[in-house]
Design a protein around this ligand. Structure first.
Ligand code: AMP
Ligand code: MG
Length: 378
């Protein structure tokens, strides 16, 4: 981080208005074979009730002892996270599940056999040792068993389940690089373990297996199709792809909050490739004439079609995993470039596309334009 950014981060205030100027250590770790010293240092901080950000295969997590109410309270404060938005507990071996969950249904067992370790979070009835502070007052607990060697080594060495939400300021795009964590949380947490880029780049799939019927609460790398191949037809919380309003409340409390939003106002634009390009170019031209700075979030196939102040490609439409892994980084880049408004293309909602469109809809606050209705040629 540059000295200017470091100074800015030190002077920011946390959710309760307290200036945070604690020293944040940054240590490098080989993502495949992290050095024992770095792991021990991180584990020591966690055991002492401190906070450590570390890479996982989804995004960077902000870890604290998940059985220690004070450590969990520190996580909420460092992120500015609303206290009714529960934390996911991370374990390093399946045996660790028994102390934190009361019951494992046959469907849950099948899903664990198929996808753990990996980017799948399951919701179970919790035991009494899991504090209500961790679960935002719910009697269920979210559990994940990550596959990333650095995450697993830190959790194992700490010897306790680690509560680890994404290591960003609440509401901002999740961090996929240690530099994103530095930008958001320097001065607010004890340590950042830099293990390179997070591979998948979107948060884990969340499936509620605490009741009779399994339900997807948040889409992620483990797709609906992959889950259904293991447990048969699975319900999807309607809040995933449409705006939760009125009585319609998402089952994962965190899904009701604004999320992934850069400073720029994001608009999704639907329609054929040509209609979308024509619509965005026309709107961008008019807005640039009034002095606004306009960005376009495009793909490898379409980036040449646009005229704007910044046109950034998410990658090829042929490779949704590339689009997913670049999404948060690109949203952060638009902020860095000082855009007032960003127009974004949309993607099919099947497979990995469901997770991509869920994050995009939230980043845009569900603002969308239909290019063909606006009279563009298709
Ligand atoms: P994050 O850790 O920031 O990726 O967000 C965790 C997500 O998991 C949030 O949307 C939470 O609301 C959701 N979550 C955590 N625990 C539970 C639970 N017990 N029941 C339902 N959703 C949960
Ligand atoms: Mg998060």
């Amino acid at each position: 981080m540059t000295p200017v950014l470091a100074a800015a981060a030190k002077n920011t205030k946390n959710a309760v208005g307290r200036t945070c100027n604690m020293k944040t250590i940054v240590e490098q770790a080989d993502p495949a074979r992290p050095a024992a010293e770095v792991i021990q240092k991180a584990a020591g901080i966690l055991r002492a009730g401190g906070l450590v950000a570390f890479p996982t295969e989804t995004v960077y997590g902000l870890g604290g002892n998940g059985l220690d109410e004070e450590a969990c309270q520190k996580i909420y404060l460092a992120k500015g996270r609303p206290s009714d938005n529960p934390l996911i507990l991370h374990i390093s071996e399946r045996e660790e599940l028994a102390q934190i969950v009361r019951e494992v249904s046959p469907a849950a067992k099948k899903l664990m056999d198929a996808f753990w370790p990996g980017p799948l979070t399951l919701i179970f009835p919790k035991t009494d040792i899991v504090p209500m502070r961790t679960t935002g007052g719910l009697d269920t607990v979210a559990v994940r068993f990550p596959s990333h060697p650095v995450a697993r080594a830190i959790i194992r060495a700490a010897g306790v389940p680690i509560a680890a939400p994404s290591a960003n300021s609440s509401g901002k795009p999740s961090p996929t690089r240690a530099s994103h964590v530095e930008f958001d949380l320097t001065g607010r947490i004890d340590m950042i373990v830099d293990g390179g880029a997070a591979e998948w780049g979107l948060e884990s799939t969340i499936v509620d297996v605490s009741g009779e019927k399994a339900m997807i609460l948040r889409p992620g790398a483990v797709t609906k199709e992959m889950l259904e191949a293991v447990v048969g037809e699975i319900a999807v919380d309607p809040a995933i792809l449409s705006k939760p309003e009125g009585e319609f409340r998402p089952k994962a409390p965190g899904m009701k909050y604004t999320h992934y939003a850069p400073k720029a106002e994001v608009w999704l634009v639907r329609g054929s490739r040509e209609a979308v390009a024509a619509c965005i170019n026309r709107l961008a031209e008019a807005e640039r004439n009034t002095g606004k700075v306009i960005g376009v979030m495009a793909t490898a196939e379409t980036e040449g079609l646009y005229h704007a102040d910044a046109v950034l490609s998410l990658g090829s439409r042929e490779r949704p995993e590339e689009i997913g892994s670049n999404l948060f980084k690109t949203l952060r880049k638009f902020d860095f470039l000082g855009m007032d408004k960003v127009y974004a293309e949309v993607f099919p909602e099947d497979g990995e596309g469901m997770a991509i469109m869920n994050r995009l809809n939230k980043a845009a606050g569900y603002r969308a334009i239909d290019a063909e209705e606006r009279g563009e040629e298709s």
